[in-house]
Design a binder for this molecule. Structure first.
Ligand code: BDP
Length: 701
């Protein structure tokens, strides 16, 4: 019997076993995300019901307070099962509306930023959920449910929490017709066609999900934007969404095409210094604010990958951004993307954004925020942090992460991204502290789509969740995020969490290992980025080619970014650069990002570079096998459909991890002509076989 068949039989037995266990239902499809509010264990439910009671709202029932109350009642109804809450009650409201004991308990909220909340137990046994504004009340309600849902007892729940960043955003790369750029979860969730007359109820569940993790801004359309989204008919549609989401503390933003005044305004130019252009944007902003008084602002991708921008008129990014910022005034912000690299610029692509933006430091208006990807290339499985972080102390920057896994196996591969973002947030820039301290906010490129489970896979919901949690508090550990997500989403059983949390925490490193170990990057297939294509070297622009990044040949591999090469290292603070300058001292996760080395370079394991690389590819494949084996033991804790969905995806990941490893090894061998290290399996197919694979149907392109 083959391994595949054995695995399938084992899984089938596990599913049958699970269905006979109490507490595991079979009717879940992932739609409820982490907001399932599954019944607490019998004892816990009884205790909790006795400790809680009716929700007593002390503030005027604004739509946000009403939403908080509804959510509490819904969550408690779910988690208490059949038990009636008979305790003294839950006091819910804004701090300033509280009196006596409750007001005293809410005092720590004084001076905290918008959205802060406090949960406490009053002397008379009532639970207090107080916010320092309406949104704080809502966030407090969700937090209370999250604690209960993660398995904490009422008496253990309490404390004050405030968002670290004012900007906590989700950027959708949704195109209005339905396709989602780099989307692997079906089509867009936004039904522009029926808006504004019909609002899909899913939009409310969407807002609940975002609010539950503290997201307070949503960009509804692709950065490669269509100008017509700024036309009045779309403003009306957007206004309906804004109205629906306002109670959930969400402001809407639009990706704005820089050439829109020409395309839909007849200005004949989009030159940011031209008075007609300036007047057009001002009038456009006024028109939007008339319909959406709390419109968040514009996200702009300019002079990047063929998008129009101020440089088309000999102007700078600051000229362009400031012009749009002036149109918004103090009503909103311009999120100007720093993801730029140019066909005319032959310097190392990793250096181009820094080169273009850092000289403009301090020249941006107060309501401009530069949105910078976590690393200097493009959402790779691992990149060093972007050198712009910390390098522009007089300009606001925010971090952009990609929740949708364009470069990490799409929705199919299990890769928990909190460790990726934490790695960047916590690294010391050498210029004013860790990245987390140099930024004004976080944005994540959405992974949502029309799939029932929203994210294309059950475990990819965790990445959406993690982005929100880290934008609220970047000091949270990946482990804590994984634990609370898994408890709410699957099972609170400690035995389940003890297995699934470590599995999640190791999953991203596994992807790094089997795709692009030791600092390799961008070895993915052309266009769609699905699967390995390290051999591609004939595309028109050098930096579109995987060979540009690997620089592999008969002698060695890696991109020399030291002084003997592109000197990208010089863009980092001296304290950081000095850590990375020496290939013997650098963290080997970044080795080939910064160094071109001979295949026989001695790595820290004692192995030469070539066997070390093969070792890491194999380690990645083995880690996926281990995840699949682990998951197959977890059926007793997970409902049938979600268990099986995940098991099937893990089987795909096992196959594709081998594909990545084998195709990469075969290609490097064709260059270095070195034998495989002792014990390493030869690739399953010839290099030509891998090179001949084509994927015209790959999603997300
Ligand atoms: C790249 C994607 C491309 C995006 C671009 C961006 O491949 O689809 O438009 O980033 O961030 O990762 O603008």
């Amino acid at each position: 019997m083959g391994r595949g068949l054995v695995n399938r039989l084992l899984r089938l037995c596990a599913v049958i076993a699970a269905l006979t266990l109490p507490g595991v239902t079979n009717a879940e499809d992932g739609y409820d995300l982490w907001l399932r509010y599954a019944p607490l264990a019998e004892d816990r439910a009884a205790d909790t019901a006795a400790a809680l009671g009716p929700v007593l709202v002390v503030s005027a029932p604004t739509p946000t307070i009403a939403a908080a109350r509804r959510e509490l009642e819904r969550g408690l109804a779910g988690m208490l099962g059949g038990h009636r809450a008979t305790g003294p009650g839950i006091v819910l409201g804004r701090a300033r509306d509280l009196e006596g004991d409750a007001a005293r308990e809410a005092a720590p909220l004084d001076g905290l930023p918008p959205g802060a909340y406090r949960i406490a137990r009053l002397a008379d046994g009532r639970v207090l959920i107080a916010g320092n504004d309406d949104n704080g009340v809502l966030y407090g309600a969700f937090a209370f449910l999250r604690h209960l849902g993660s398995g904490e007892g009422v008496s253990a729940i309490g404390g004050t929490s405030a968002p670290v960043y004012p900007l906590r955003m989700i950027d959708h790369w949704d195109n209005p017709g339905g396709p989602v750029e780099r989307g692997y979860a079906g089509r867009s969730i936004f039904d522009w066609w029926h808006l504004p007359d019909h609002l899909d109820p899913r939009m409310i569940d969407y807002a609940r999900a975002e609010a539950s993790i503290g997201i307070n801004g949503v960009v509804v359309n692709n950065v490669n934007a269509k100008a017509y989204l700024l036309e009045p008919r779309y403003i009306a549609k957007l206004a309906r969404l804004a109205d629906a989401w306002r109670p959930y503390g969400i402001r809407v933003y639009l990706s704005a095409r820089f050439s829109a005044p020409m395309e839909i305004g007849g200005t004949g130019t989009a030159d940011p210094l031209d008075p007609r252009v300036r007047a057009w944007w001002k009038a456009k902003a006024d028109q939007i604010y008339a319909a959406i008084p709390d419109f968040g602002g514009f996200l702009v991708k300019a002079n990047s990958e063929g998008q129009p921008g101020p440089q088309d008129y000999g102007r700078t990014h600051a000229d362009g951004a400031n012009m749009m910022a002036a149109a918004l005034g103090n009503r909103g912000v311009v999120l100007w993307r720093a993801f730029v690299y140019s066909a005319e610029d032959s310097t190392d692509r990793a250096m181009q954004a820094y080169n273009e933006f850092v000289p403009l430091g301090g020249k941006f208006a107060d309501n401009v925020i530069l949105q910078v990807k976590n690393g200097p290339i493009d959402f790779q499985p691992r990149e060093p942090f972007h050198p712009m972080f910390g390098a522009m102390p007089h300009t606001k920057l925010m971090l952009e992460g990609q929740i949708t896994k364009e470069y990490l196996g799409f929705a199919t591969h299990l890769a928990f991204l909190a460790p990726l973002w934490k790695e960047v947030l916590s690294v010391d820039t050498g210029r004013g502290g860790p990245v987390a301290q140099t930024i004004a906010g976080m944005a994540g490129v959405a992974n949502t789509g029309s799939d029932r489970n929203w994210s294309g896979s059950h475990f990819d919901q965790a990445n959406w969740y993690a982005l929100g949690r880290l934008a609220w508090d970047p000091s949270m550990s990946s482990e804590q995020i994984a634990r609370e997500w898994a408890a709410q989403t699957f099972s609170r059983d400690p035995a389940f969490l003890a297995e699934v949390v470590p599995m999640m925490l190791g999953s991203r490193q596994a992807v790094v290992d089997y795709m692009t170990p030791m600092g390799l990057a961008h070895q993915m297939g052309t266009g769609h980025h699905y699967g390995p294509a390290p051999w591609v070297c004939d595309l028109a622009r050098p930096e579109w080619n995987p060979c540009y990044y690997s620089r592999a040949d008969v002698q060695g591999i890696g991109f020399d970014r030291t002084a003997t090469g592109s000197n990208a290292l010089a863009q980092y603070a001296p304290s950081v650069a000095s850590r990375w300058r020496d290939p013997k001292a650098i963290d080997e996760d970044y080795l080939l990002w910064f160094h071109h080395l001979p295949w026989d370079f001695r790595t820290r394991s004692g192995r030469a570079l070539w066997p070390e690389l093969v070792h890491r590819y194999d380690r990645g494949v083995a880690a996926v096998d281990a995840m699949a084996a682990k998951w197959s033991t977890l059926a007793p804790y997970v409902d049938g459909q979600r268990f099986e969905d995940t098991a099937e995806f893990l089987a795909i990941q096992q196959r594709e991890a081998r594909w990545w490893r084998d195709a990469s090894v075969a290609y490097w061998q064709s260059l270095n002509h070195l034998p495989l290290p002792l014990g390493a399996a030869p690739p399953a197919h010839s290099l030509e076989w891998y090179q001949a694979l084509r994927f015209p149907d790959a999603p997300g392109g």
